[in-house]
Write a protein that binds this ligand. Structure first.
Ligand SMILES: Cc1cc2nc3c(=O)[nH]c(=O)nc-3n(C[C@H](O)[C@H](O)[C@H](O)COP(=O)(O)OP(=O)(O)OC[C@H]3O[C@@H](n4cnc5c(N)ncnc54)[C@H](O)[C@@H]3O)c2cc1C
Length: 436
């Protein structure tokens, strides 16, 4: 049983999966609290990393810590009416040469007594699922891994469902872009100032601002490095594309599971098709967008200001379009020959050095809490993130969780190391387009 808090007011800034889930769980756990969810755009905000066609829902983690939380989330995806209508259990094939699959199977055995997943030979993967992967690029794949419990969720619909549930419980929504936090000289945060100059005050302010967290803290305390994120949360982008299958081809793809091809030649994922015949592909080759932040006189990675560079559009450098088109071709080969990509997207997330979240009170600012660090793998936790944040707010995280999700910590392990950014958008735009 959770202890009850005195009646309190909360501002949750950001309505992606971290903010929406926090709003719902917080209000459920304390019906007397006044909770406002604040976001800069109509919901779900199409600039948010959480906005998407679909996202992979899997428990296949090398780290038992994350597998345990993902299993809790998947239980909700399968059973809770808020999430269940949007979850599609398609299974997932993971093609790799690093032995990760065997580690994951061991983790399942440790946690569940048996593994629902198994090793699948390359030949079997190519001949299964209507043979849809038979012409993909399997070069160098030692073995593949079959995870029948994995699938994907309709991202926008599920996020909307959680936001609606929070509003139905009495959370209020304020559409406003936050310019800065109000932090006094004693290091106490009492509210926010919006871009239009309105002040909103509350007892507790929770930042669920994803890729914009570093910028917001730097703008709020431009001369105080102890308050800024430093390297703890870095905005990083990854590119996706969406292609629609012509109606006659849809039958062939109907049984297609998620394919995660971790080989150097591909490094990407395919999801779908959706009921409208849309296939989505992600490239794992992520990048920063380092720009000069004038107020704090430093370079910070910040998502681009142009909306078209944060949501579905054609406004993506050619080299990134080529990266993700390669994922498409390497997944399906001649099965997708001639199929046009309808739209591309640079999706911006906040990345921690070891991909563990930061769920923590800010150690230098009273009444301020951070819930961020999605690190390209956190959408699936939509059903459970909020309960973790509520525990953090109440000081009820156990030692391991508090240590792993702390603001200051010794980074260890790594939930999703494949996504570390190796380049910057500025360089890609300058050199990449010339080359591509
Ligand atoms: C290409 C790509 C593919 C991915 N695929 C998967 C996947 O298959 N499965 C999976 O589990 N995870 C996946 N992820 C990761 C997942 O999408 C993110 O980790 C997660 O959505 C992050 O959620 P968030 O709430 O932290 O941030 P966001 O969803 O970005 O939400 C932050 C919100 O804060 C608001 N905000 C920010 N600053 C302000 C401000 N100053 N004022 C007002 N509002 C503000 C924004 O408008 C936004 O709505 C993927 C990520 C990417 C980029």
């Amino acid at each position: 049983m959770m202890s009850s808090l005195p009646p309190s007011s909360y501002l949750i800034i950001g309505a992606g999966v971290f903010g929406a889930s926090t709003a719902l769980h917080l209000k459920r756990s304390d019906s007397t609290a006044t909770i406002s969810l604040v976001d800069g755009g109509p919901l779900p905000n199409t600039s948010a990393a959480s906005h998407d066609i679909n996202k992979i829902i899997r428990a296949d983690y090398e780290d038992v810590f994350w597998m345990r939380i993902a299993l809790e989330a998947i239980h909700q995806w399968k059973n809770n009416p808020i999430y269940k209508p949007y979850y599609h259990k398609t299974g997932m094939v993971y093609a790799e040469d690093m032995g990760i699959a065997r580690k994951v199977i061991e983790n399942f055995k440790t946690l569940c007594g048996a593994s629902p997943s198994n090793i699948m030979s390359v030949e079997e993967a190519k001949s299964s699922f209507n043979g849809v992967f038979s012409d993909g690029n399997w070069t160098g794949v030692k073995e593949s891994y079959w995870s029948p419990e994995t699938g994907w969720a309709e991202a926008d619909h599920a996020l909307k469902s959680v936001i609606q549930a929070a509003l139905d419980h009495g959370v209020s929504y304020r559409e406003s872009a936050v310019q800065k936090l109000i932090i006094d000289k004693h290091g106490i945060c009492s509210g926010i100032i919006t871009e239009s100059g309105t002040k909103m005050m509350a007892d507790h302010i929770i930042l669920c601002t994803g890729a914009r967290t570093a910028q917001l803290l730097a703008s709020s305390a431009p001369h105080n490095k102890d308050i800024q994120t430093g390297g703890r949360l870095v905005a990083a982008g990854a590119v996706s594309c969406a292609a629609r299958l012509p109606a006659p081809q849809r039958d062939l793809f109907q049984a297609a599971p998620v394919l995660f091809n971790a080989m150097e030649h591909t490094r990407g994922e395919s999801l779908g098709p959706t009921k409208d015949g849309v296939l989505k592909f992600n490239s794992e080759l992520s990048f920063t967008n380092n720009v000069y932040h004038e107020e704090s006189d430093q370079m910070i990675s910040i998502p681009p200001t142009a909306q078209s560079q944060r949501t579905w559009s054609q406004d993506v450098p050619q080299i990134l379009k080529d990266d993700v088109r390669r994922v498409m071709t390497n997944t399906y080969g001649k099965q997708v020959e001639g199929i046009e990509v309808e739209s591309y997207r640079m999706c911006w997330d906040s990345l921690t050095p070891n991909q563990d979240w930061i769920l923590s009170p800010h150690p230098k600012v009273r009444n301020l809490y951070i819930a961020a660090g999605g690190s390209f793998h956190s959408w699936k936790f939509l059903p459970v993130i909020g309960s973790c944040v509520v525990k953090m707010l109440r000081g009820e995280l156990d030692q391991e969780h508090a240590r792993r999700w702390g603001w200051d910590r010794r980074d260890e392990g790594g939930a999703n190391t494949v996504y570390e950014p190796g380049r910057d958008l500025g360089d890609i735009t300058t050199h990449g387009d010339a080359a591509g």
